[in-house]
Design a protein around this ligand. Structure first.
Ligand code: G1P
Length: 295
């Protein structure tokens, strides 16, 4: 069955971005001029998704506001000849159906995904963690095809230095990585100590899952850091049937903390057709890294 639905967990408090996130959800912080959430949705659309379920919190009304029609702003833009931006605003939430589900208590990623059960329905679906930005849709697209072919769950992974594995979910591969970067998975473990980690291949926030995961989530007890972990539900799935990982080849930006967000913005801005060149000139002429500069 084709993967047409995606779930984006976006109910977190964004404590690492306080005080900004007191009023602005971290998923709406701009990457240049576009909310991170929009870039995640664009990635999903590029992989064939046409229904996005956003699991949010009623304490973050700005997320829903972002998808409301904005006829007055659009009319003003058209009056002043800014049709390109007017077209962009008009398309928000149009090329894809957006549904909302609510997570009222921060009980963990597994719990957040479980809150989307009714909105997702009985179909395979992608999960995209909005803290991780990908350079393009190719990884998710490949993962969807692997799920369609194998009938089992698929996770996106990437090797990292061993001393970083304890911050992530880690897979235990049960075979070789094939020419397309696909590898069978025996099991996976959330935030293992380095000396107990089964590999240095970490989960990078992209999943394509079969709907039986919702029953698994319902059975999961609080695990690492006292939360209901998605990784623990996937462990049960991998024990019961085929489960694969795809090793990512795309650029990945961790925008979940201020430094990661800032470096993502700088890297992407340097590649931007409009502001890349002037930004490069400014960075060069200001000579910010020269001795004597602050820091
Ligand atoms: C979550 C997942 C973890 C994954 C990580 C990727 O962890 O639980 O398996 O490796 O996202 O960003 P969190 O960042 O919520 O601690």
């Amino acid at each position: 069955m084709q993967v047409r639905t995606a779930l984006i967990p976006a109910a977190g408090f964004g404590t690492r971005f306080l005080p900004a996130t007191k009023a602005v959800p971290k998923e709406l912080l701009p990457i240049i001029d576009t909310p991170a959430l929009q870039l995640i949705i664009d990635e999903a659309i590029g992989a064939g998704i046409d229904h996005v379920v956003i699991v949010t919190s009623r304490a973050k009304p700005a997320i829903e506001a972002y998808f409301q029609p904005a006829p007055d702003v659009i009319a003003k833009l058209r009056d002043s000849g800014r049709d390109e931006m007017a077209d962009r605003l008009e398309r928000i939430g149009v090329d894809v159906r957006i549904s909302f589900a609510y997570q009222e208590q921060a009980l963990g990623l597994g719990h957040a995904v479980g809150c989307g059960r009714e909105a997702v329905g009985d179909v395979p679906f992608a999960v995209l963690l909005p803290d991780e930005l990908m350079g393009d849709s190719s990884l998710l697209d490949q993962m969807a095809r692997v799920c369609e072919r194998t009938g089992g769950g698929v996770v996106g992974v990437k090797p990292v230095p061993w001393d970083e594995v304890d911050r992530y979910g880690v897979i235990d591969p049960s075979g070789e990585i094939d020419a397309d970067g696909v590898v069978p998975v025996r099991t996976m473990v959330e935030k293992p100590p380095v000396d107990a980690a089964p590999s240095n291949m970490i989960l990078i926030g992209r999943y394509v899952l079969t709907p039986d995961v919702f029953d698994r989530i319902a059975e999961v007890r609080p695990g690492a850091v006292g939360e209901i972990q998605l990784t623990d539900a996937l462990q049960a799935q991998a024990a019961a049937g085929p489960f694969h990982a795809v090793v990512s080849k795309v650029d990945r930006y961790d925008t979940g903390n201020p430094l990661g967000w800032l470096t993502a913005v700088i890297e992407l801005a340097l590649k931007d057709a409009r502001i890349g060149a002037p930004l490069r000139t400014w960075l060069t002429t200001r000579d910010l890294l020269a001795s004597g500069s602050p820091g």
